[in-house]
Design a protein around this ligand. Structure first.
Ligand code: NAD
Ligand code: UD1
Length: 338
C-alpha cells in the first residue's frame, strides 16, 4: 500500500512518514521545500532504516503531480503541504489562499483523474473559532477564523465535503490538530521554524539554547486558573500515530470523517514553562506582556470520538513533550543546517 505524503519533509509530515514506514506502508513524499529541508527525509530514512522517493514538486504544479501519479501506484494521500504562519497570513492573504486552497484543488483534481480517492487532511482546531465553548467536539458548528490561515482550513474542509457530496466514492478524513509540540525521541527530526518563532514551544526551546533572551507571556488576565492562555498540547509522535489510525480506517470505507487530534487536557503557558524548566534543568526567563490579538483564553479537545472510532489516544505526557523538544533543539541548534 503506497501513500503520497504532501509536505512530508515538514514538521508533522516527517514524523508521520516515520510512523507510516514503521507501520509497513510504502510512502512517496512531495514537497517544494519552501519551509523544510530535504535532510529531514534522510533523517527519516536513518530512523526507520527504510528508503522512499522524495519528489521536489509544488502541489500547485498539476503536470508535475500528474507525472508522479503516472510513475507511482498511489493508494491514498495524506495532505500536509501548506503555509501555516498566522501572522504572515494576515500580511500575505493572497499567497495563503493561492498556496493552500489552489494547491489542494490541484492535488484533488490530479487524484480524481488518477482514480485515487482517499485523502487525509491536516485541519486545525482553529476552525472552532471563538464562538464555541471548550472542550471542542466535532459536532459543533465551524466558527469564524480570525485570520486568512484559519480561513484556508475552513474553506478546504468545505471543498472536501462538497467533493464527497458530488462523488460518494471519496474517503475524506479531516483531522483537527490541537497544539503539536515535541519531537521524535531520537532527536533526529523536529520542528525547525524560520526566523523568530510565533509559537510557544519553539520560542521556549530557542531561549533554552541561547538564541532568544526572554519569553513574553501574552497576558495573565484570562479567565483561566493562573490567568495565562490554556491549550491542548499534543506530542507530535502521538499526532503522527493518529494519522496511521485514521488512514487505516479511511482505506476501508468512503465518507467524510472528522476527528479532533488532541489529548483533551488543557495546560497553561506557565504550566509549559515550569515543566520545561523542571524536566530539562534549564532556565527560561519570562515576563508578562500584553495579550496577543486574536488569541482565545482556552482551546482544548474533547478527544472521545477518535478514541471510540479510531482506537487512538494520545499517550505521551507534557514532560515527554518538553524533554523531546529539548533533546531535538540542543542536538540541532540550527535545525537541519548543521
Ligand atoms: P511545515 O511548514 O513544517 O510543513 C508543511 C510542508 O509543506 C513544508 O515542508 C513545506 O515546504 C510544504 N509546502 C508548503 N506549500 C507547499 C506547496 N505548495 N507544494 C509543496 N509543498 C509545500 O508545517 P507543519 O507544522 O508540519 O504542518 C503541516 C500541516 O498541518 C499544515 O497544513 C498545517 O497548516 C497543519 N497544521 C499545523 C499545526 C501546527 O501547529 N504545526 C496545527 C494545525 C494544523
Ligand atoms: C497558534 C495559532 C493558531 C494555530 C495554532 C496551532 C496564532 C494567533 N494562532 O495558536 O491559529 O492553529 O497555533 O499551530 O498564532 N504564547 C506566549 N508567548 C509566546 C507565544 C505564545 O505567551 O511567545 C502563548 C499564547 O498566547 C497561547 C499559548 O502560548 O496562549 C500557545 O500559543 P501558540 O503556540 O502560538 O499556539 P496558539 O495560540 O494555540
Amino acid at each position: 500500500m503506497s501513500i503520497l505524503v504532501t509536505g512530508g519533509t515538514g514538521y508533522i509530515g516527517s514524523h508521520t512518514c516515520v510512523e507510516l514506514l514503521n507501520a509497513g506502508y510504502d510512502i512517496v513524499v512531495v514537497d517544494n521545500f519552501c519551509n523544510s529541508s530535504p535532510m529531514a527525509a534522510d533523517r527519516v530514512r536513518e530512523i526507520t532504516g527504510k528508503d522512499f522517493k522524495v519528489y521536489r514538486c509544488d502541489i500547485r504544479d498539476r503536470d508535475g503531480l500528474k507525472k508522479i501519479f503516472e510513475e507511482e501506484k498511489i493508494d491514498a494521500a495524506i495532505h500536509f503541504a501548506g503555509l501555516k504562519a498566522v501572522g504572515e497570513s494576515c500580511q500575505k492573504p493572497l499567497e495563503y489562499y493561492e498556496n493552500n486552497i489552489w494547491g489542494t484543488v490541484a492535488l484533488l483534481e490530479v487524484m480524481r483523474d488518477a482514480g485515487c480517492k482517499t485523502i487525509v487532511f491536516s485541519s486545525s482546531a482553529t476552525v472552532y473559532g471563538s464562538e464555541n465553548k471548550v472542550p471542542f467536539n466535532e459536532t459543533m458548528p465551524v466558527g469564524t477564523a480570525t485570520n486568512p490561515y484559519g480561513t484556508t482550513k475552513i474553506y478546504i474542509e468545505n471543498i472536501l465535503q462538497d467533493l464527497y457530496k458530488s462523488d460518494n466514492g471519496w474517503s475524506v478524513s479531516l483531522l483537527r490538530y490541537f497544539n503539536p509540540i515535541g519531537a521524535h525521541p531520537s532527536g533526529r527530526i523536529g520542528e525547525n521554524p524560520n526566523g523568530i518563532p510565533n509559537n510557544l514551544m519553539p520560542y521556549i526551546a530557542q531561549i533554552a539554547v541561547g538564541k532568544r533572551e526572554k519569553l513574553s507571556i501574552f497576558g495573565d488576565d484570562y479567565p483561566t486558573p493562573d490567568g495565562t492562555g490554556v491549550r491542548d498540547y499534543i506530542h507530535v509522535v502521538d499526532l503522527a500515530l493518529g494519522h496511521i489510525k485514521a488512514l487505516d480506517r479511511a482505506l476501508g470505507k468512503t465518507g467524510v470523517d472528522i476527528y479532533n487530534l488532541g489529548t483533551g487536557i488543557g495546560y497553561s503557558v506557565l504550566d509549559i514553562v515550569k515543566t520545561f524548566i523542571e524536566v530539562n534543568g534549564v532556565d527560561i526567563p519570562y515576563e508578562i506582556g500584553p495579550r496577543r490579538p486574536g488569541d482565545i483564553a482556552e482551546c482544548y479537545a474533547n478527544a472521545d470520538k477518535a478514541a471510540k472510532e479510531l482506537g487512538w489516544k494520545a499517550e505521551r505526557t507534557l514532560a515527554d513533550m518538553c524533554r523531546d523538544t529539548w533533546n531535538w533543539q540542543k542536538n540541532n541548534p540550527n535545525g537541519y543546517e548543521n
